[in-house]
Write a protein that binds this ligand. Structure first.
Ligand SMILES: [Zn+2]
Length: 359
C-alpha cells in the first residue's frame, strides 16, 4: 500500500511539475512556402520594386508599403508580426544582425525543407522534390502517438506533398491537402468544398484561402491540440516573377495568421495556452537580385530561412539580435518541448532551440 501511495504521490508531483513548467497546451504551426527572410525583417525590397520586369504596379506598392526606414517598412507590410508577435514572442533570422537560421539540407527546395522541419534533421536520402512516402517518423506523428493528443493533431496543406512528407499511411495523422474535399458534416465544410471545386487552380493546387478556412473551420468544430497549416502561393508567385503578387500575398496571408490568433483568444481551450510558430521551407535568391524568383542548391541565399514564434512559455525577446546559427531541423524538437515532451525517434534529432523558453 505504501508503495502504491508513494507512486501516486510521485506521479502527482511529476504532473504538477509539468503543469508549472509548461503553459502551452496547443500548437499552431504555419509552414510558409518560399517566403524570404528579407521581406520579413526589412520589408519590401526597393531594387525589386523598382524593376519593371518584376513589379508592374510599383507606384501602388511604394504608396502602400515603402518607407526609407526598414523598421517602419516591415511594419507596413507585416503589421501583426511587428505589432504583436515582436512584443510577445521571438523572431529569428535577421542576418543583418548576424542572427542566422539555415536549412541543413543541401536542396533548398520544398519537400526536403518541410521534411527537415517535421522529422527534425536533414535526411540525406530525401531526393529533391521527388516525392515518396517519408521513411522517418515526424514530430506531429510523435505527438499524435501520445495518449493526450491522439486524434487531436490535424494538417491542412495546399501542397500535395504533405501526404508523403508526413507518410499519411503510416502516421495515421489527419491530413487534408491539395484538392481533397473535407468529408465532415456541416454547411461550412460543404461551402468550402464547393468553393474549392469551382475556384480557379491558378498553380494546379487549390487556393491558400480555401486551405485557411478549412483549417479555421476545423479548429472551430473539432478543437485540435495541434494544427498545422501550409500556404504555397508565396512560392508560386515568386517563381512567376511577380513581385506585386508575392508581396500582396505575403501581406494578405499575414492577415490570415493574425485572424486565427485573434479568433482563438475567444476560445478558453486556446486563450493563453497556445504557441504559434511560423517558418519557411527555404529562402530565395537575393545577392543577384534577379534570382529572387528562384531557389535551389545553385542559389546560395536560398538556404537562409526564418523562425517566428510566440506563446505563454516564451521569453518575449522580440527580434533576436545575437550572433547565432540555428537550423531548420531544430524546429521539431522545439515544438515537442513546448508541450513538455522530449521528441525521441529512431533517427537523429537536432537539438531544441533553448533560447525560446522562459525556463
Ligand atoms: Zn519553389
Amino acid at each position: 500500500m505504501r508503495t502504491i501511495l508513494l507512486s501516486l504521490c510521485l506521479g502527482l508531483s511529476i504532473a504538477q511539475l509539468h503543469a508549472q513548467t509548461r503553459e502551452t497546451e496547443n500548437l499552431i504551426i504555419i509552414g510558409w512556402d518560399g517566403v524570404r527572410w528579407q521581406e520579413i525583417f526589412t520589408g519590401v525590397d526597393s531594387a525589386i520594386m523598382n524593376d519593371r520586369t518584376f513589379t508592374k504596379r510599383s507606384a501602388e506598392m511604394r504608396a502602400e508599403f515603402w518607407d526609407s526606414d526598414p523598421a517602419i517598412r516591415r511594419k507596413k507590410l507585416l503589421p501583426f508580426f511587428w505589432g504583436t508577435l515582436s512584443q510577445q514572442g521571438q523572431m529569428y533570422g535577421n542576418r543583418t544582425l548576424g542572427n542566422k537560421v539555415d536549412v541543413a539540407n543541401r536542396w533548398h527546395v520544398t519537400l526536403p525543407g518541410f521534411t527537415e522541419t517535421l522529422i527534425g534533421f536533414a535526411d540525406s536520402t530525401v531526393d529533391g522534390n521527388h516525392s515518396v512516402p517519408e521513411k522517418d517518423a515526424n514530430v506531429l506523428e510523435f505527438i499524435n502517438n501520445q495518449p493526450a493528443y491522439k486524434g487531436k493533431v490535424a494538417v491542412f496543406a495546399t501542397s500535395k506533398l504533405y501526404d508523403n512528407i508526413l507518410n499519411v499511411k503510416r502516421s495515421g495523422l489527419i491530413i487534408n491537402c491539395d484538392s481533397e474535399e473535407v468529408h465532415l458534416p456541416g454547411t461550412a465544410f460543404q461551402l468550402l468544398n464547393e468553393e474549392q471545386r469551382l475556384s480557379p487552380q491558378i498553380f494546379g493546387e487549390r487556393l491558400d484561402l480555401v486551405t485557411y478556412f478549412q483549417a479555421k473551420e476545423y479548429l472551430k468544430e473539432y478543437h485540435p491540440r495541434v494544427l498545422y497549416i501550409n500556404f504555397s502561393e508565396t512560392d508560386n508567385y515568386g517563381h512567376a516573377g511577380s513581385y506585386d503578387w508575392y508581396i500582396s500575398t505575403l501581406h494578405g496571408q499575414e492577415h490570415l495568421i493574425a485572424d486565427l490568433w485573434t479568433y482563438i483568444q475567444s476560445i478558453p481551450q486556446y486563450k493563453g495556452k497556445t504557441t504559434l510558430l511560423i517558418s519557411n521551407d527555404h529562402g530565395r535568391g537575393d545577392k543577384v537580385k534577379s534570382q529572387w524568383t528562384s531557389h535551389g542548391p545553385g542559389i546560395t541565399d536560398s538556404k537562409d530561412i526564418f523562425i517566428l514564434a510566440m506563446g505563454p512559455d516564451m521569453q518575449p525577446l522580440g527580434e533576436m539580435n545575437t550572433s547565432t546559427q540555428l537550423y531548420q531541423g531544430q524546429i521539431a524538437a522545439t515544438l515537442a518541448r513546448f508541450l513538455g515532451l522530449d521528441y525521441v525517434a529512431d533517427h537523429p534529432v537536432m537539438p531544441v532551440i533553448t533560447t525560446m523558453f522562459k525556463k
